[in-house]
Design a binder for this molecule. Structure first.
Ligand SMILES: NC(=O)c1ccc[n+]([C@@H]2O[C@H](COP(=O)([O-])OP(=O)(O)OC[C@H]3O[C@@H](n4cnc5c(N)ncnc54)[C@H](OP(=O)(O)O)[C@@H]3O)[C@@H](O)[C@H]2O)c1
Length: 209
């Protein structure tokens, strides 16, 4: 699979390295792609601009500050039929009014807002609720030891693709349903940043519903 990483920092850099190790073609993007060359070379990946990475990829990981999403979405151009994995989180202190408005609007989830910026794509929320050090250090585990990665999305096939990408780097998918379920693992929600093993995460979920 061709995977484009938009925002190659803590989350994007870690996931890009894992997916390259799992055998995927990965392109890391940056506003300064030359600064990523060492990381990309070590991972066996390419580097590119945001535009080049969006054009290259079938699956695009969005791992930038939430407040930058509208501008970056415009920069990425037309992306019909691609899958967007939204790992972003709205933090008003970092992301400003756009984050506060999404938090205050009970009819909108954070990833619902992100999805609205990418018409014609399938957006799946994933990796927003796992700490990047856990993502880095507890990858490629098996069975009951695996850490849960919560996901939700409205398109079954896109979710299946993302589930595969989660499981092949040694995490366990906890599928919470459609995009409206995203509230369960947005900042301050019960499943946010718990970094639990899959059985513990399923037990916690049962207590919530
Ligand atoms: N840290 C965590 O444990 C964690 C966990 C789950 C989810 N998240 C969420 O994931 C997202 C990324 O977090 P992070 O910790 O990985 O952040 P980070 O290390 O600061 O990386 C963010 C990346 O976004 C890029 N970026 C910033 N502004 C941009 C713009 N205007 N256009 C294009 N790229 C831009 C930067 O790349 P360049 O400077 O190279 O262009 C940077 O490498 C955030 O929404 C965060 O809330 C974080």
């Amino acid at each position: 699979m061709k995977i484009g990483i938009i925002g190659s920092g803590n989350i994007g850099g870690t996931l890009g390295r894992h997916w390259a190790k799992a055998g995927h073609e990965v392109m890391f993007s940056s506003r300064n792609p030359e600064q990523l060359q060492l990381m990309a070379a070590e991972a066996g990946a390419k580097t590119g601009t945001v535009e080049e990475t969006a054009a290259f990829a079938d699956v695009i990981l969005l791992a930038i500050p939430f407040g930058k999403v509208p501008d970056v979405a415009k920069q990425m151009g037309r992306l019909e039929r691609k899958i967007i994995i939204d790992a972003t989180n709205p933090y008003p202190q970092r992301d400003g009014d756009v984050a506060q408005q999404v938090i205050d609007d009970e009819s909108q989830t954070a990833t619902g807002f992100v999805a609205s910026q990418f018409p014609g794509t399938q957006t799946v929320k994933a990796f927003n609720s796992i700490y990047f050090k856990v993502l880095a250090e507890q990858a490629f585990l098996e069975g009951a030891d695996r850490i849960a990665v919560q996901i939700c999305g409205d398109d079954t096939q896109a979710k299946q693709t993302v589930k595969h990408l989660i499981e092949e780097i040694g995490f366990a998918t906890q599928d919470l349903g459609n995009l409206s379920s995203g509230r369960l693992f947005e900042p301050d929600a019960p499943l946010y940043n718990k970094n639990l093993k899959i059985s513990e995460a399923e037990t916690l979920l049962k207590q919530l519903v």
